[in-house]
Design a protein around this ligand. Structure first.
Ligand code: SF4
Length: 348
């Protein structure tokens, strides 16, 4: 379920903001509420002609469309092959089945000891923090995740954190999608307070696509809160193409960096979007120019409805070799895949 606005998941008002911070908070929430929610609205904004809009918007089914205007504004007008548009526009192929492509390719349901907790790696646990994102990516490995059954509220977080508190080896908590930064500051800060109260936890990792798709979400109040945390904070932004990084995204990353947040990127190798060495090299350079280290390049998972993005391991390996020849080591992300039941990602 995707709330119309972030306000729908957050009735409380505990964080005291200055008038400027309040305006920043209202701004991103309003922008999120004004996102495109149908292919037709998005395609009209991109100036496709009537016939193209009719053809391209006919595939709106299942996983809903959600695209912030700030992200759409980085797409080329009337370009059906735009790498940003292809990440968010529903395709006919999503309705086709393919052998081996399933709804829970990583078997997360087997590692779900409490609603909203995925606990499969030593010393780390993942909290599915929100039941929505700020964008719906067609390739998403959680596009079939039962968010409705795993709805998050403060009392449910309490139950999840009580479960995690018993794990004395737990050093890191990972906040993941639904996107943690799609929560309002009130909700997010309340969760951070609870995590900081677990004495064994040393690191907080936030996986978010908000710095890329809605950079106004990186507000001064958020940066202040992260800066004041007793935890080491790592943010993994999920950026797949250099065209996703404009001056606003770059500025948001620099604000986070100034707040002491370590920034990493994790991208997915996606056919027709970034599966060529030029795109991957441009992405690594653009990330580094914004203070972000390219960390992981993921082979896509076998997610039902995403087979048209799929890249075979051999092709991924070949591309990885090509970029290794042209980039310094620190700009070459590790090529990995996730396998159900494994205690860590598999390095290719
Ligand atoms: S932001 Fe991440 S979790 Fe949300 S739809 Fe996109 S890929 Fe999936």
């Amino acid at each position: 379920m995707i709330p119309e606005t972030a306000a729908q998941v957050e009735p409380q008002a505990q964080v005291i903001l200055s008038p400027e911070q309040n305006a920043e908070e209202q701004r991103w929430r309003q922008q999120l509420a004004q996102s495109f929610r149908t292919p037709k609205a998005l395609l009209e904004h991109l100036q496709f002609d009537e016939q193209q809009i009719k053809e391209l918007s006919a595939n709106d089914q299942g996983f809903s469309t959600l695209v912030p205007k700030a992200y759409a504004d980085r797409m080329q007008p009337a370009d059906q092959q735009d790498p940003l548009l292809l990440q968010v526009l529903p395709q006919v192929a999503e309705g086709l089945s393919a052998p081996g492509f399933v709804t829970d390719p990583l078997a997360e349901a087997e590692f779900n000891p409490s609603p909203g907790v995925v606990h499969k790696y030593h010393g780390r646990a993942l909290l599915v923090t929100a039941s929505h994102c700020a964008i719906n990516c067609r390739y998403c490995f959680r596009r079939h995740y039962p968010y409705d059954e795993q709805q998050r509220s403060r009392s449910q977080w309490q139950a999840s954190l009580a479960h995690l508190a018993e794990d004395r080896d737990l050093e890191e908590i990972i906040l993941s999608g639904g996107d943690p930064l799609a929560l309002t500051n009130n909700m997010l800060f309340a969760l951070l307070d609870k995590i900081e109260a677990l004495p064994q936890v040393q690191r907080l990792r936030i996986h978010s696509r908000l710095p890329v798709v809605l950079p106004t979400r990186i507000t001064s109040a958020l940066c202040q809160r992260l800066k004041s945390s007793r935890l080491q904070v790592v943010m993994v932004i999920h950026c797949n193409h250099a065209q996703e990084i404009d001056t606003e995204v770059s500025a948001a990353c620099q604000q986070l960096q100034a707040a002491g947040v370590s920034l990493l990127n994790q991208s997915v190798l996606l056919g027709t979007i970034n599966a060529n060495s030029e795109s991957l090299i441009a992405l690594s350079k653009a990330l580094f120019n914004s203070g972000v280290l390219p960390y992981y390049l993921h082979l896509p998972d076998h997610v039902a409805g995403t087979q048209h993005f799929f890249i075979e391991q051999q092709q991924g390996l070949q591309l990885h070799r090509e970029i290794q020849k042209k980039l310094p080591g620190y700009l070459v992300p590790r090529l990995v895949k996730e396998e159900p039941g494994m205690a860590h990602k598999t390095l290719i």
